[in-house]
Design a protein. Structure first.
Ligand SMILES: Nc1nc2c(ncn2[C@@H]2O[C@H](COP(=O)(O)OP(=O)(O)OP(=O)(O)O)[C@@H](O)[C@H]2O)c(=O)[nH]1
Ligand SMILES: [Mg+2]
Length: 324
């Protein structure tokens, strides 16, 4: 991107996004040509306050954010390999390149978290897709969700909107299906929308179609059973670039959800793509737009979910399997 920063924690060179939300070309922290590489600049107290709080927001920080403004909380569910992390990476890279149609990036408290999960996707920027852009998600604390934060301007409404997006391991959804384990997913009671990520390639393939349909129906049943007033469930069919799921199957899943009392929407996405007909990141902007069809101010902040007062924010990390 050609712009270098003096601050070690700023990733403007790779992402185009300035840590201090300044215009990269005119940011006072921009490294001049004469700057010596590797020299650490002193950091004043005011600048410290702008630094990312951690890689992911914990519930305490989430509450803090919500105390001041309405924040859209998204529940992101889906079994391992569904494409949850890849969708977040795609969202981040679209924002960083100012290609998120209808939205402009404003701020993130968790830039380092986005950076960490996006590391494997660097080759995408150079037009070369690695075999795997993300690794299997593991949380340092496997009991509580951590959230990635973004603030974007919705160009249509000219309003800034905050999102909290958890990058959860697929096992949490598998445990919901198999053992009805909902304790770690209590935050879904406050969610504005749930993205139910379904692996489009598995939904399309003869060998895996039935099992995928069956397990997705079970997730819908569990959600309807656990949530008294469930938010809109967006069925996110991933890997649009690789496969096309049968529209009848997608319609059937929506019917099952509706029969359970769920408000269902569908968004197909391709977080990455190697084919010309499908753009990398296709469907991501639409997904975000469907998510905000609700209030942008007012509403509850965070229900009392019986959380410990001394909660340590979990840190999101992706491990293993990242090839580039
Ligand atoms: N071609 C293509 N590959 C994708 C797409 N989405 C995900 N993938 C691939 O699938 C792999 C797994 O996707 P992830 O996003 O890591 O899956 P996940 O749902 O986060 O999985 P867990 O973290 O294990 O729960 C990625 O590394 C990509 O290689 C897509 O839209 N198109
Ligand atoms: Mg993941």
């Amino acid at each position: 991107m050609g712009v270098e920063c003096r601050r070690q924690d700023c990733t403007v060179e790779e992402t185009g996004v300035c840590l201090l939300n300044n215009e990269p070309a005119t940011c006072p922290e921009r490294a001049d040509e004469g700057d010596v590489e590797g020299v650490v600049q002193p950091v004043d107290e005011e600048q410290k306050n702008h630094m990312p709080l951690s890689r992911a927001c914990g519930l305490v920080e989430a509450r803090e954010l919500m105390a001041n403004r309405y924040v859209h909380v998204v529940g992101i569910l889906g079994e391992p390999n569904a494409g949850k992390t890849a969708a977040l990476v795609s969202l981040y890279l679209l924002m960083a390149h100012n290609k998120l149609c209808g939205f402009t990036f404003r701020d993130s408290r968790t830039l380092m978290g986005f950076e960490e999960i996006s590391r494997g996707a660097r080759c995408w920027n150079r037009g070369q897709l690695p075999d795997q852009i993300t690794g299997h998600t593991k949380l340092v604390d496997d009991r509580e969700a951590g959230f990635l934060h973004i603030r974007v301007n919705s160009n249509a409404r000219d309003v800034d909107i905050d999102f909290l997006l958890p990058d959860l391991p697929g096992e949490w959804t598998s445990a919901l299906i198999e053992r009805k384990r909902f304790d770690r997913l209590e935050f879904l009671k406050r969610a504005d929308a749930i993205w139910l990520m379904v692996n489009g390639a598995e939904l399309a393939a003869v060998e895996t179609r039935q099992a995928t349909l069956h397990r997705t129906r079970l997730i819908l049943q569990r959600l309807a059973g656990f949530l008294e007033t469930p938010p809109t469930v967006i069925l996110v069919v991933t890997r649009l670039d690789e496969s096309a799921a049968d529209p009848n199957d997608v319609a059937d899943l929506c019917k099952v959800g509706a029969e359970q009392g769920l408000d269902m929407k569908v968004t197909p996405i391709a977080s990455v793509s190697n084919v010309e007909e499908v753009k990398p990141g296709q469907g991501i902007a639409e997904l975000l737009a469907s998510t905000i069809q609700g209030p942008t101010e007012g509403g509850v902040l965070w229900p009392d979910l019986g959380l410990k007062a001394t909660f340590t924010p979990p840190r999101v990390r992706s491990v293993g399997g990242v090839k580039s």
